[in-house]
Ligand binder design. Structure first.
Ligand code: NAD
Ligand code: WQD
Length: 335
């Protein structure tokens, strides 16, 4: 029997790539997205790449009536839940919007799942739940903390999911803690399309390479890292998407479990290394200046990847050059 998977936030950056991997693995995909940070035209690209157009419902995860209807009308085996707001700075200026969208939205989604008897959930958590890491690589049992309202929503949602899991037998929940997702599909047809000034390094660098922005501001060169700039575990979005399929399969094939697992490569790159790699991919100069540290930033962050390998039989295999090549192909196709 073909399983139908409800993908909330499925027209977004990570969700759209995950839809492709689900389709490639034989799943039927139903996307629910309110298009607050994505475009319906993503579905055309998904159809062009995969030959299959996912079913799409434009709507909000906070709309309980809509959710009840979706669960009644479709035979849904599991939910992969990407929908949410993700800009750290905006979460500081609009905390209530973040608590409403991310926390209230997820509670409503889980209530609808509970009522419909759907108890398999794969959730987009984040390495932000580790706060300022006390050890590297970061294992899943590292202490958790939050430094901004966005991170707080992920922390609270992990706790809520833990409590729901313990309250009632049968829930299968994957808390996937992503490190720094970057890159794009190798087709160049889908990728990250930030509105306004990008918050994250890779899309900003891509826009400098394409001439849309003058230079990269490197936030701090006095960190305790090999070249003084921040080090992160960048992971190709296609690897990350495949991690979701591996997690879904694991949850479906095993006894009910609450699994928190890192999705990263286990390797860190500095801001300057990232700029150099992007310059190689694009063949363009990427001017940069050193700017003050960005408030709330940490020096270094990379994943302990053993649990994902052992439990999910999954590892990320695309390297930094492939991430930059694919991001550049996508960037070049824009505008
Ligand atoms: P994205 O903004 O591209 O995708 C999120 C999608 O959710 C968008 O299409 C948006 O329109 C939709 N959405 C937002 N609120 C909604 C609502 N209330 N109802 C229905 N749809 C709604 O972001 P992304 O980078 O693909 O991130 C997906 C998930 O992964 C998010 O939960 C994010 O917090 C998490 N995450 C992202 C990163 C990252 O760096 N991109 C890192 C760690 C975790
Ligand atoms: C990476 C490095 C910056 C922009 C954020 C969220 C995190 C997660 C992923 C969702 C850092 C430096 C950046 C620039 C720079 N999202 N930088 N100039 O901060 O590791 O993580 O996105 O869960 O929660 O906090 O990613 O891409 O913003 O920064 O020098 O213009 O690049 O200081 O060292 P970050 P990032």
């Amino acid at each position: 029997m073909t399983c139908k998977i409800l993908v909330t936030g499925g027209t977004g950056f990570i969700g759209s790539h995950t839809c492709l991997e689900l389709i490639a693995d034989g799943y039927q995909v139903l996307v629910l997205d309110n298009l607050s940070n994505s475009q319906e035209s993503v579905l055309d690209a998904l159809e062009q790449i995969s030959g299959t157009r996912p079913e799409f419902i434009r709507g909000d995860i906070r709309d309980r009536i809509l959710l009840d209807r979706i669960f009644q009308e479709h035979d849904i085996a599991a939910v992969i839940h990407f929908a949410g707001l993700k800009a750290v700075g905006q979460s500081v200026s609009q905390p209530l919007n973040y608590y409403d969208n991310n926390i209230a939205g997820t509670v409503i989604l889980m209530q609808a799942m509970q009522q419909a008897g759907v108890r398999s959930l794969v959730f987009s958590s984040s390495a932000t739940v580790y706060g300022d890491p006390q050890q590297l690589p970061i294992p899943e049992d590292h202490p958790l903390s939050a430094t901004n309202p966005y991170g707080h929503t992920k922390l609270v949602l992990e706790e809520i999911m833990g409590n729901v899991y313990r309250s009632e037998p049968g829930w299968r929940i994957g808390l996937l803690r992503y490190f720094n997702p970057v890159g794009a599909h190798p087709s160049g047809l889908i990728g990250e399309a930030p509105q306004g000034v990008p918050n994250n390094l890779m899309p900003y660098v891509a826009q400098v390479a394409s001439g849309q922005r003058a230079q990269v501001q490197v936030f701090g060169q006095d960190y305790d890292t090999p070249d003084g700039t921040g080090v992160r575990d960048y992971i190709h979005v296609v690897d990350l998407a495949q991690g979701h399929v591996a997690a879904l399969r694991y949850l479906q094939e095993n006894e009910p479990e609450l699994l928190a697992v890192n999705l990263g490569t286990g390797r860190g790159y500095s801001v300057l290394e990232m700029i150099q790699a992007f310059a190689r991919s694009s063949g363009r100069d990427i001017p940069y200046t050193i700017a003050p540290r960005r408030p709330g930033d940490i020096a270094s962050c990379w994943a302990d990847t053993r649990l994902a390998r052992e439990k999910l039989n999954w590892t990320a295999d695309k390297d930094i050059q492939e991430m930059c090549d694919d991001a550049w192909r996508w960037q070049s196709s824009q505008s």
